[in-house]
Design a protein around this ligand. Structure first.
Ligand SMILES: [Zn+2]
Length: 375
């Protein structure tokens, strides 16, 4: 029994050397009642494939779960990155032609928000302001896509996706770490929403743009909200949130884990009034958070072959062994292996996926000075 109006479409995001269009599927569910617009994409980094299973489960659920508003799902949104293989691996993080990160070409322009706010008068209703803001931004992205001198492939792909995402009130970008435990990037102003997902590790990020889709969404809206609050001297809430969900390790999928993450997203959507009658509620669980500056990268001093002793999600004390490195040039003496110790109390969230590392490799990314989010 289908209860939501459902459309399937394709968006052309690139063209290959044979002149063929490369497109991504769009699945769009429309509820019969008004509600928020939701945009969810997966696999902008081509090796991070778990989000596709999550979207599969979401589609199956949404077919028979009455929704309010609209949900747009874009699985496998980077058809270039997913298909670049080197031996057994997917080179999914960077465009191999120029090294561009596939998740850094979205658009944010603070000056555009400032100019826009100058056009808002005190009487204009917030809904009208928001719809005009969307129009202005999408117009600007159109102009960029039409630029005489053209744009790089990653940026073109990003901007085409951003056109879709900017219509939404809720944007969720599905990723994976290299070898990783579940974590989520949450803008500081939406901190309370971190407790609506079933994700134990939360990174709180400031209103700073570094090129990713979540930032390109919330930096625009957060900046607009701040400027409007100052201008009208009132507690205006634009009610737009954006998140990056990191759901475990790249290069693998699990249908069971995908169900868990789909349910976790449905808990959030239920709390945000996207479901007509909500039956999804967040788990009672320990959630720990860090501010972005306390999410630290541990680089290797030495090259070698690594035994990763601390697993993502472990609680590690200062001085405890994180990893043991084998040096094949010293095997006969006591420098054959060296232990890398935790510089402080921490929780490793992810580590490098390969055992062989050069000096200066990002070995671990860790929560330090973390704190508990109370229910
Ligand atoms: Zn990613």
């Amino acid at each position: 029994m289908l209860v939501n109006k459902f459309e399937k479409d394709y968006l052309v995001v690139a063209q290959n050397a044979s002149g063929r269009n490369m497109n991504v599927p769009l699945y769009r569910f429309k509820g019969s009642k008004p509600g928020p617009k939701v945009y969810i994409q997966s696999s902008i980094h081509g090796a991070e494939v778990q989000g596709n299973v999550v979207i599969y489960h979401l589609i199956n659920t949404l077919k028979t779960t009455p929704i309010c508003g609209e949900v747009t799902l874009v699985p496998n949104c980077n058809p270039v990155g997913t298909n670049i293989k080197a031996g057994e691996y997917t080179l999914g993080r960077f465009d191999p032609i120029n090294g561009t990160n596939w998740n850094r070409g979205y658009y944010f322009d603070e000056a555009l928000v400032e100019r826009f706010v100058d056009t808002v008068d005190d009487e204009e209703p917030l809904e009208k302001v928001k719809s005009r803001f969307r129009k202005v931004l999408k117009q600007k992205i159109d102009e960029k896509l039409q630029e005489t001198w053209g744009l790089g492939l990653a940026q073109q792909l990003n901007l085409k996706l951003q056109q879709l995402a900017f219509d939404a009130d809720i944007v969720i970008d599905l990723h994976n770490g290299p070898v990783s435990t579940r974590h989520i990037y949450v803008p500081e102003y939406a901190k309370d929403s971190a407790k609506l997902f079933n994700i134990p590790h939360v990174i709180l990020i400031p209103n700073t743009f570094a090129g990713a889709l979540d930032e390109a969404t919330f930096c625009h809206w957060w900046t607009l909200q701040n400027l409007l609050r100052a201008k009208r001297n009132s507690d205006i809430n634009v009610d737009v949130e954006a998140f990056t969900l990191e759901m475990g390790s790249q290069e693998v999928i699990s249908f069971d884990e995908g169900r868990y993450d789909a349910d976790s997203i449905l808990c959030y959507l239920g709390a945000k009034n996207c479901l007509e009658s909500n039956t999804y509620f967040p788990k009672s669980m320990r959630r720990v958070a860090v501010t972005l500056d306390n999410y630290k990268i541990l680089y290797t001093r030495q090259g070698g072959i690594v035994d990763y002793l601390a697993a993502p999600g472990d609680q590690v004390k200062k001085g405890q062994a994180l990893a043991r490195v084998l040096n094949v040039d010293e095997l006969e003496n006591d420098r054959a292996s060296q232990v890398i110790e935790a510089p402080c109390d921490l929780i490793p969230i992810l580590h490098f996926p390969s055992a062989s590392v050069l000096s200066g490799t990002q070995l671990y990314k860790c929560f330090t000075d973390y704190f508990e989010l109370t229910e």
